[in-house]
Design a protein around this ligand. Structure first.
Ligand code: PHB
Length: 572
């Protein structure tokens, strides 16, 4: 059985010109992989990131038993998690999109130039790649808030509704033009493009058809293209193409502004000379990067899951799906990987790895170029835009829920804010504090376990500096307020990797906290569990709560690494 492929089918990439040197994919592998990908696509639809299995049956057209097997496999792989009766996408899924971004090399190679240009122009800037008859963002540098909606990495725009589209369409085949016309007719209001406001009238699409043809011709003649409020009123953009050494347009760089600052003409006059120079610099950088394929590994290149779950989950585990996704995740080297490299990276026999690669190619997620297999931009449709935009609070909440389920005590996360800790997430069980704590609540850092963990994450000079400035006053009879004693406590906290505070903030309250570190090892937040002193000794608290708290912190850190691999984390 093959699934219906959901609303994005219209943007399915056309066959690549490169001919596969290998025999056709095997239906026994394509089927389960296709069903798994269709569940992930359904989960990626806007506002659908949490679904019941019955909703998935409706969205994918798959049988309930099939959905259950796909879901249990994806849960086992860590791409989905159970949330009560719902399932939801997890940040781990970002590793698939990150494999594409690493393999295509555009963010790594061109990102620094994009950053520099955005600062120079003091305008937002983006890099986008062609994806079927759409345009997909792979890098964004936001300088000013130019629009009411904010695009994210992975978002897909219709080619005719943005500046880069006219540059890409110049290279379309007749077949691609007819696919585009068919899509425009089938979806005149752009309902299948969740990143853009829908058109209010289908007749606009009719004028769009003629207008786009003109803009493509004009862009080809001038070597740049414009967006005069095609996405939303007020928003304008100017884009130039960036070609690979073979002359193919691989991406476009857009400068985005607003009619309150520029007209399209004045924006073009202001940025085009420099933009063209820098696009040429981007082309040189890309040409240099392709001479060293495989050089850069993805920042989140975690070893693939061991695939022995077949024994554990029996028929509920779809091994072909698990292997296919492991193969996709393994393509995370600049320029992609050869079959031998994939087999080595995934620990799969060559024949198995080859079947998975060919299935992924057939399903439009991978292309083969000579001996190298590369993920296609379409991989980003698997939840990337949603997951990469998650805030710290959103990332942490499910992990705190799980922790509270394990230890049956309240759990929280805070960040350092001046001399205070500020709550960014909290799952209360019952009230043991004399004040209510909600997101946004602040307490003085020196008197709390989370504050001590956060202060301990700073270097010694900064710690002492803060202690000397802070207003250290007793909040209970037990509060430590002596700067020298606090300095020693912070040193111990840094060594132990946790802090326990007993009745220094509130009578009867005991709190245990551990740090949460980002990919660079910097302490960015603290998580705690709080309990009542009547529940047992300090030794009991440590023995029962510390292991669970550390496991929760490790799970949070893994998610933070995935989310912040390509975009700075959104701190609340
Ligand atoms: C953007 O990067 O937000 C952008 C780029 C090109 C457009 C519109 C928006 O045409």
């Amino acid at each position: 059985m093959t699934s219906t492929s959901g609303p994005t089918d219209a943007q399915a990439p056309l066959p690549t010109p490169a001919q596969s040197p290998l025999p056709a994919a095997d239906e026994a592998v394509v089927g389960p992989l296709d069903r798994g990908l269709s569940v992930l696509r359904a989960m990626s639809a806007p506002s659908e990131h949490r679904l019941r299995p019955s909703d998935l049956v409706r969205a994918t057209g798959l049988a309930r038993a099939t959905v259950d097997r796909v879901v249990s496999t994806l849960v086992h792989l860590g791409y989905l998690r159970q949330a009560g009766r719902d399932v939801e996408l997890t940040p781990r899924l970002l590793e698939l999109g990150n494999a594409y971004l690493s393999a295509c090399g555009i963010p790594d190679t061109l990102g620094p130039i994009a950053d520099r240009l955005a600062a120079e122009f003091d305008e937002s800037l983006s890099l986008a790649v062609p994806d079927g008859d759409g345009v997909r963002f792979v890098t964004r540098v936001s300088r000013r808030r130019t629009m009411s909606l904010a695009f994210r990495i992975g978002d897909l725009l219709p080619a005719e509704r943005c500046a880069p589209g006219a540059l890409f369409a110049k290279e379309w085949t007749e077949q691609q033009w007819s696919a585009w016309r068919a899509r425009l007719r089938a979806d005149p209001c752009d309902a299948s493009f969740s990143a853009v406001p829908t058109r209010t009238s289908a007749t606009v699409a009719e004028t769009a058809e003629a207008d786009f043809g003109d803009r493509v011709t004009q862009a080809a003649a001038r070597g740049w293209s414009a967006d005069n409020q095609l996405v939303e009123p007020g928003l304008i953009a100017v884009a130039v193409p960036v070609a690979d050494p073979s002359g193919r347009t691989v991406c476009a760089v857009s400068v985005v502004s607003h009619i309150s600052r520029h007209t399209v003409e004045s924006l073009a006059a202001a940025v085009l000379p420099r933009l063209r120079d820098e696009a040429a610099a981007m082309e040189r950088a890309l040409a240099e990067a392709v001479t060293q394929p495989g050089g850069r590994a993805a920042p989140d290149s975690a070893p693939p899951d061991n695939l022995t779950a077949k024994q554990e989950l029996g028929a509920g585990f779809l091994q072909s799906l698990a292997r296919g996704l492991a193969v996709l995740a393994s393509l995370n080297a600049a320029g992609g990987r050869t079959l031998s490299e994939v087999a080595y990276a995934t620990d799969l026999p060559r024949a198995t790895a080859r079947r998975a690669l060919l299935s992924l190619e057939q399903l439009g997620y991978v292309e083969v170029d000579g001996r190298r297999f590369r993920p296609l931009p379409r991989v980003l449709e698997l939840g990337y835009a949603h997951l990469s935009g998650l805030s710290l609070t959103q990332i942490v909440q499910p992990h705190l829920e799980r922790l509270v389920g394990e230890v049956h005590e309240s759990a929280s996360m805070t960040v350092l804010d001046g001399d205070d800790i500020r709550y960014v997430a909290r799952i209360p069980t019952y009230r043991i504090m004399s004040v209510d704590i909600t997101v946004g609540t602040r307490f003085p850092a020196y008197a709390t376990s989370m504050g001590r963990v956060l202060l301990a994450g700073l270097d010694e000079t900064e710690r002492l500096d803060r202690l000397s400035r802070a207003d250290l006053r007793p909040l209970t009879s037990r509060t430590v307020t002596d700067p020298a004693a606090l300095a020693q406590i912070l040193r111990d906290t840094a060594t132990d990797g946790y802090a326990l505070v007993n009745e220094e903030l509130d009578e009867g309250l005991r709190s245990l906290a551990v740090p949460v570190r980002d990919a660079a090892g910097t302490v960015v937040a603290a998580v705690n569990v709080s309990t009542h002193t009547g529940r047992g000794s300090i030794a009991d608290t440590l023995a029962t709560l510390l292991p669970a708290l550390r496991r929760a912190a490790a799970r949070i850190e893994a998610d933070l690494r995935a989310v912040s691999a390509r975009t700075p984390l959104r701190m609340p």
